[in-house]
Design a protein around this ligand. Structure first.
Ligand code: GLV
Ligand code: MN
Ligand code: MN
Length: 419
């Protein structure tokens, strides 16, 4: 029996709008500004609202010790490993309303549409909303999926601190998530397949007029923290020859990162210093201490490491010349992920059956799927976003592309759940 899958576009769009109202950001004129940091009041409100939607649909809801939310539609053979989908609802400061949310609310709508179609899935279908895909609060991305996949040591995770020196252990407990983080890990046979729907966050689909991207691999991200310590003091009285200005050294380090990333000549090497904390941070005080966070990614982890080696050589020269200390702390250095051939094939067949043009592509952004790949066969579906813009308030995906993405997701989930 074939099932007619009809996506309720009106409800999906209205739910995306509602989710965007749980935000700490001031409204802007050029889009929808969303800031939703993990375990903030808005994050907790968004979670409660999502769980209410799922419960209203009759799905089972549970959360784990780090706050990952699991929404399950039980199949006719509940003992079989489930098929899962999902993404995140947290958002970096001053972001948009589609990153992550399309995969969560789209996943929920896909499950509802399948239910409306009369499908009774053989395998259970589960929607996962991951805690802190974004690294804003604790400096490391994909917190929930790292713990699910056993990629992050639970005691290291609990000891991580936010900028106010509150530990994850304290913050999650205050948010109502207690219990050992070791219990978050899932075994590698827990899911039969994992599928994530996401905006592309790049320009290729829109540029080529293709509505669906099928991800074949996810680039390898790494994060480092540099602390530069010099000698500061009064901005008027400390003579120029006597200074060891930590911010001037940091400026050179930032440029070294850019220079060495460009020097690979590879379009897939990207490196960003996106935060710079200056101490004491006063206009009339020479900076004595600076902390920089580096985000560096590549499809080739060896090339990524060669950029780091070149940056380290520049740091050594900077230390000598500017008489500062520079310490480097590794936050994470992750391997790339490959999509499962089988899931890529299912997605290709789904698009071909429905005469939907698609393109196979690499994901340069990271996603929870990167870590789910450690415990399950994965696949990802991309939809275009306007001008390739993401992590900004003018991030936008059209209603028709969003709906088509959910349609492909629903069809693929139905196939995978019947296996
Ligand atoms: C995810 O938000 C990323 O930074 O790739
Ligand atoms: Mn993001
Ligand atoms: Mn995302």
């Amino acid at each position: 029996m074939t099932h007619q899958i009809q996506i309720d576009q009106t409800r999906l769009l209205s739910e995306l709008q509602t989710l965007a109202t749980f935000t700490d950001a001031e409204p802007v004129s050029n889009g929808t500004a969303v800031t939703r940091i993990v375990f903030s009041a808005d994050d907790l409100r968004a979670r409660a609202w999502l769980k209410k939607l799922a419960t209203a649909e009759g799905f089972d809801v549970r959360d784990d010790a780090v706050g990952n939310v699991f929404i399950r539609w039980t199949g006719t053979e509940p003992s079989l490993p489930a098929v899962a989908t999902g993404s995140h609802t947290d958002a970096i400061p001053h972001a948009g309303m589609y990153d992550g949310t399309v995969g969560v609310l789209g996943g929920l709508e896909a499950m509802r549409a399948l239910k409306r179609s009369g499908l009774r899935p053989r395998r259970s279908i589960e929607l996962v909303m991951f805690t802190s895909e974004e690294p804003t609060r604790f400096g490391i991305g994909c917190l929930g999926s790292r713990l699910i996949s056993g990629t992050l040591d639970p005691s290291r995770a609990d000891a991580m601190q936010d900028k106010d020196e509150a530990t994850l252990a304290a913050v999650r407990t205050a948010a109502g998530f207690s219990g050992s983080l070791a219990s978050v890990q899932l075994p590698s046979n827990h899911y039969h397949a994992w599928l994530e729907l996401h905006i592309e966050q790049g320009p290729l689909l829109e540029r080529e007029g293709i509505p669906i991207g099928i991800v074949t691999s996810i680039a390898a991200p790494a994060g480092y923290r540099f602390t530069i310590t010099g000698f500061g003091g009064h901005a008027g009285a400390l003579l120029m020859p006597d200074r060891k200005d930590a911010l001037c050294a940091a400026a050179e380090l930032i440029l070294s990162v850019e220079k060495n990333a460009l020097a690979t000549g590879a379009i897939d090497t990207v490196a960003t210093i996106g935060t710079c904390d200056v101490h004491p941070g006063a206009v009339n005080s020479v900076p004595s201490h600076v902390v920089l966070q580096l985000d560096i990614r590549d499809t080739d982890p060896t090339r990524r490491e060669s950029v780091m080696q070149a940056v380290r050589r520049d740091c050594e020269e900077l230390r000598q010349r500017r008489k500062v200390t520079i310490t480097e702390e590794l936050v994470n250095a992750d391997a790339p992920a490959q999509s499962s051939h089988h899931i890529v094939k299912v997605l290709e067949e789904t698009c071909a059956d429905q005469k939907i043009p698609y393109k196979k592509m690499v994901s340069r952004a990271y996603h929870d799927s990167l870590f789910m790949s450690r415990i399950a066969p994965i696949g990802m579906i991309f939809i275009p976003c306007r001008n390739g813009v993401s992590h900004k308030p003018d991030e936008y995906a059209s209603p028709s592309d969003t709906t088509l993405g959910v349609q492909v997701l629903a069809s693929a989930l139905a196939k995978l759940a019947s296996e």
